[in-house]
Each structure stands twice: as structure tokens, then as C-alpha cells.
Design a protein around this ligand. Structure first.
Ligand code: IMP
Length: 208
């Protein structure tokens, strides 16, 4: 079975592939990415929830390729901001903003907020769509806190300012990709998707 990972984000693709290889998927599943196709339609992520966006991306790519598609939508939910930026995490600081712009905006909104009130979590929803078949979703989360200032050079997005729970005071950007993949929201969701992938590749029965 061919499975297309529906993302243009190279960092996400790398992490998903690393987690897949760690999960030892059966050889029947051949993993492709959007780089294997030409004229891929642009997808506007205008859903009101992470789930809607993940399902939309997977549906569009499954219809376009005629293959099973796998999409991730992720948001950072900050307690002090009532769950924002959430589904708007990508463009938090504006349409063409950089990761750094988003991090700076978040840090300035939390200026003066003490450590104990800087709680946040990453939530990752993965949708798997089979052509002419079912749509599955699974979810993973990682709790943590927003750092006072950016630290570390690895990862992407909000990683330099996110301190995951139970890892001392290190941000995701101060961890190796292996360390992040062991505990991250994406890793939790990707690992949960294994049952779905086995089912759709005919290896197991998924009773949902
Ligand atoms: P989307 O899922 O592509 O819509 O991503 C939403 C936003 O969250 C983007 O700004 C991403 O860079 C950021 N993001 C997604 N996953 C992660 C992650 O694992 N670490 C840090 N930031 C992330």
C-alpha cells in the first residue's frame, strides 16, 4: 500500500519519517511525500479545529493522488491566552510571518507572567484518509510551559520556547530529534496511527 504524507513542512516530514522508522511499519507500506507528485493543489487551512484541517489536507491529497493520505495539524495552546494560538499557530504573527515572529509575539504577550502561570500544550491531530473509504483521526499531546526566552538550535516552529514537562528546563530546541521524538505530541499521535495503518494495509482489524 502506498501512503502519502500530506505536508509541505520539511521538519514535520522528517519527524514523521523518523517516528515511522522507529515504529517498524510492515514493508507493505510504502511511504511517499508530496515531493513525489507534480502540481499538487494548494490547501487552505481554514478549518475551525485542528481536526478539520487535518481531515481536509488528507482528503484533498487522497483525492488528488488516488492513494491513502496521512496529514498532521498541530497547535500550541497557551493557558494564559485561553488556548491561543491553537488552530491559528502557523500565522499567529501575521500572514507571511516567520517562526521567530510567532515566538516573539508569544513571548511579548507573556511578558511579566511568572513561570508557574506559563503552562501550555502542543496538540497534534493526524488524519488518515483511504480513497473511497474511511477517514480516521488520532491525537497526541505534550504538556509543558513557555520559556522566558528562546533557547536551543534544533527543531522548528515554537520549539525554542517550549519546555516539555518532565525534562528539566530544556526546550524542545535543546533536545536531539531522538529525544523530542520520544516524548512529543507528534510522536504520540503517529504511534497511535499505527493500528490504523495496519488496518488499511490489511494487516489487522480496526474495529471503529
Ligand atoms: P501546522 O500544523 O502546519 O498548521 O502548524 C502550526 C504551527 O505550529 C506552525 O507554526 C508550526 O511551525 C508549529 N508547529 C507544528 N508542530 C510543531 C512542533 O513539533 N514544534 C514546534 N512548533 C510546531
Amino acid at each position: 500500500m502506498k501512503l502519502v504524507i500530506a505536508t509541505n513542512n520539511r521538519n514535520k516530514l522528517r519527524e514523521i519519517k523518523e517516528i515511522f522508522s522507529d515504529m517498524a511499519l510492515p514493508g507493505e507500506i510504502e511511504v511517499l511525500s508530496l515531493a513525489d507528485f507534480r502540481d499538487v493543489p494548494e490547501i487552505v487551512e481554514d478549518g475551525a479545529t485542528l481536526e478539520e484541517n487535518a481531515v481536509k489536507k488528507a482528503r484533498v491529497i487522497s483525492e488528488f493522488t488516488g492513494l491513502a493520505a496521512f496529514a498532521d495539524d498541530t497547535g500550541l495552546e497557551v493557558d494564559k491566552l485561553n488556548g491561543e494560538p491553537g488552530v491559528y499557530s502557523a500565522r499567529f504573527a501575521g500572514e507571511q510571518c516567520s517562526y521567530e515572529d510567532n515566538n516573539n509575539k508569544l513571548l511579548s504577550l507573556l511578558e511579566g507572567v511568572p513561570e508557574k502561570d506559563r503552562g501550555a500544550r502542543f496538540r497534534c491531530v493526524i488524519a488518515v484518509v483511504v480513497p473511497g473509504g474511511k477517514t480516521y483521526t488520532v491525537e497526541g499531546e505534550m504538556k509543558g510551559a513557555i520559556a522566558i526566552s528562546p533557547k536551543g538550535a534544533n527543531g522548528f516552529g515554537y520549539d525554542p520556547i517550549f519546555v516539555p514537562e518532565g525534562q528539566g528546563r530544556r526546550t524542545f530546541s535543546e533536545m536531539s530529534s531522538e529525544e523530542k521524538n520520544n516524548i512529543s505530541h507528534r510522536s504520540a499521535a503517529v504511534r497511535k496511527s499505527k493500528e490504523v495503518l495496519l488496518e488499511i494495509s490489511g494487516k489487522s482489524s480496526y474495529n471503529k
